[in-house]
Structure formats: structure tokens, C-alpha cells
Write a protein that binds this ligand. Structure first.
Ligand code: KG4
Ligand code: ZN
Length: 332
């Protein structure tokens, strides 16, 4: 099939997502049922609650997506997120997808969730994956990856403690702002002064390409009790600037060091207005090309899993049904 239709399921954490793509350029359907509200009162994702809700949502979502395509007979390949994530959550989508592949007699592709984020910026470029340095910044991960081709990756750097999104969420909590903190801090920062507080740019001077965000969070924690009056927007803006500063500078350093002329940014934090703007500015100045994840593919979704499965399938890779889900699946 020259334009295979790929049905993909993503259940690595607390979002149940199903999508269908046709070839590289057509996203036929993409639906997401978020459980954020359910977990809010526990202050974090409860694995048992998450997996039970995946079970409730998965069938109706699959039916909805498949009906837009004209039925299961139109599906050429079935894909699902294999890891990393919560095992009990992963198993729901992964097992359902394997069952569908068996029932329909179609090939199966297990996808690494991080690879899904990593390749998401290419999904609208329509020309496949080209060498680049990719920054993945989400609630659970902060990684700099050298991409040589589909399936050929080298991790250049990662966070040594908190992920970038986690830092946004924790600082928002310190400020008494709602979860998830990233979008709220992004919005409030627009009214704040990013230079009012000089917060640490951790690891900027380290010779490597790793990140660390827990010191920044601690700096905010110690700063807050010393403040009076109106400070929330200024703290948000100063904190955000510190995170963005490190992300932009290290990403550009990686591109220069590894001699690529394309930079990509993906994951939930790539929604950040300031990060997008500063990345655009910095790559333009450095004469680099930039591909930002399309807005609707930044936070967890199944479309990025479908696109990644397609690239893998086109490169001749399918996954044997004996291969299990893996909560600690590494990118390479
Ligand atoms: O990719 P994602 O859905 O989750 C993981 O796979 O981990 O990303 C969620 C993270 C949360 O930490 C959230 O606060 C952050 O992305 N986020 C943002 C923005 N929107 C979402 N961080 C900064 N600015 C935003 N506009
Ligand atoms: Zn994710």
C-alpha cells in the first residue's frame, strides 16, 4: 500500500488517545479523552484510576475514529505506544492494539512515546524525517537528541532532576496556581517583568548538554517569603525566562557542536509562547532551520504515535506480537 492507513492508540499516562493517519500528509481523525480532572484531587496521577478509565474510554474512542474512516477494513496497520509510561496504563492501549492487529490480520507497530514527541515536528512537513537536533520538553522528560534518521538517535543531554514541565508545575504550585502550571505561568508571564528577579540558569556553564531545573524551583521557594505586594506575574516571567534561556542556549549549542542545520522542539512545554518566540529568534540569528511541533501535537496525543508508526512502517519495521510493553523503554 503506498498510502497506508495507520490506526494508533496512546495510553502511556492519563490521556486516552486514538488517531488515524493516511500516508504522511493526512490526519483523518485524532481524539483525546483527558483524565486530568479525575486525578486533580489526588495531586498526581493514580495508576489504578488511570488504567480503569483507559478501559472505559478506549472502545468508544476507537469506534469514533474508525467510523470516520469507513470501518476497520480501511485500517492497514495497527500501532500503539509501547513505553515509557505507567505499565498498567500502557497495557490497556497496547493490548487492545495487539488484539485488533490479530483480529484484522494487519501488521502491528509498537512505538516509543518519546520518539512520538521527537518526530511530531515532521508530521506537517510532509517530506519525512531529516537529520536534526531535537529538543523534547514535556511533563516527564527533557531531552536533547541527535536524529540521523528514523530509528537512529543519540541522546546528547537530559535533565538530571526535574523535567522542564515538572518545574513549571511545581513553581505554579508554590505560587498557589492551578495544575497544570505551564499554561498558567505562560499566560501570567505576559504581564510580568522577566528581569525583576535574577534566577539561576543552572548548568548553562557546564560543558555538557544536560539540564537541571530543581535548583531553580528551590530558588523560587526561597524567594517567595521575602516578597510583598504584587509579585506573581514577575516571578512567573522571571522563572519562565530562566527555563527558556537554558533550553534555547543548550539546544543551539548542540546544533553547532553536531553540525546540523535543523532544530526541532516538541512536547507539552513546546506550547510555551516565550520558548517558541525565543527559539525562532535564536535559530534565525544562527542561520538554522526550525521545526516546532504543531500546536495540536505538543501535549500527549495519538496522532504523533500514528505518524511515528508510519515512518517506522515505511522504513520496513513492524513489531512482533511477542514483544511486551515496557514502562522504562529507552529511546535508543
Ligand atoms: O507532553 P505532555 O502532555 O506530558 C508528558 O508527556 O509528560 O506535557 C505536559 C507538560 C505539563 O508539565 C505542562 O505544565 C506543560 O507540559 N505545559 C507548558 C505549557 N503548556 C503545557 N509548559 C509551559 N508553557 C506552556 N504553555
Ligand atoms: Zn508525552
Amino acid at each position: 500500500v503506498s498510502q497506508p492507513r495507520i490506526l494508533a492508540i496512546e495510553t502511556s499516562c492519563d490521556e486516552t488517545a486514538v488517531a488515524l493517519v493516511r500516508g504522511r500528509s493526512e490526519l483523518l481523525a485524532s481524539v483525546i479523552a483527558s483524565q486530568t480532572k479525575l486525578h486533580e484531587r489526588y495531586g498526581g496521577v493514580v495508576p489504578e484510576v488511570a488504567s480503569r478509565n483507559h478501559l472505559l474510554k478506549i472502545r468508544p474512542l476507537i469506534d469514533e475514529v474508525v467510523s470516520t474512516a469507513g470501518g476497520f477494513s480501511e485500517v492497514d496497520v495497527v500501532a500503539a505506544t509501547r513505553g515509557p509510561g505507567l505499565l498498567t496504563s500502557l497495557l490497556v492501549g497496547y493490548s487492545v492494539a495487539k488484539g485488533l492487529a490479530i483480529g484484522l490480520g494487519r501488521p502491528f507497530v509498537g512505538v516509543n512515546h518519546l520518539e512520538g514527541h521527537l518526530l511530531s515536528p515532521f508530521s506537517e512537513a510532509g517530506q519525512g524525517v531529516t537529520p536534526c537536533v531535537g529538543l523534547i520538553v514535556s511533563g516527564g522528560h527533557s531531552l536533547l537528541v541527535k536524529v540521523d534518521a528514523v530509528g537512529s538517535y543519540t541522546v546528547l543531554g537530559r535533565t538530571l532532576d526535574d523535567a522542564a514541565g515538572e518545574a513549571f508545575d511545581k513553581v505554579a504550585k508554590l505560587l498557589g496556581l492551578p495544575y497544570p502550571g505551564g499554561p498558567v505561568i505562560d499566560r501570567l508571564s505576559a504581564q510580568g517583568d522577566p528581569e525583576r528577579f535574577d534566577l539561576p540558569r543552572s548548568m548553562l556553564g557546564s560543558g555538557d548538554l544536560n539540564f537541571s531545573f530543581s535548583g531553580l524551583k528551590t530558588a523560587v521557594r526561597y524567594l517567595l517569603p521575602t516578597l510583598g505586594g504584587d509579585f506573581v506575574a514577575d516571578v512567573c516571567a522571571s522563572f519562565q525566562e530562566a527555563v527558556v534561556d537554558v533550553l534555547v542556549k543548550k539546544t543551539l549549542r548542540a546544533a553547532k557542536l553536531h553540525r546540523v542545520n535543523l532544530v526541532t522542539v516538541s512536547g507539552g512545554v513546546s506550547l510555551n509562547t516565550r520558548l517558541r518566540a525565543r527559539m525562532q529568534e535564536a535559530t534565525r540569528e544562527a542561520g538554522l532551520q526550525l521545526l516546532l511541533a504543531p500546536l495540536h501535537l505538543t501535549t500527549d496525543n495519538a496522532a504523533m504515535i500514528a505518524f511515528t508508526a508510519l515512518e517506522r512502517y515505511l522504513a520496513g519495521h513492524t513489531t512482533d506480537l511477542s514483544v511486551d510493553a515496557d514502562p522504562n523503554l529507552a529511546l535508543c
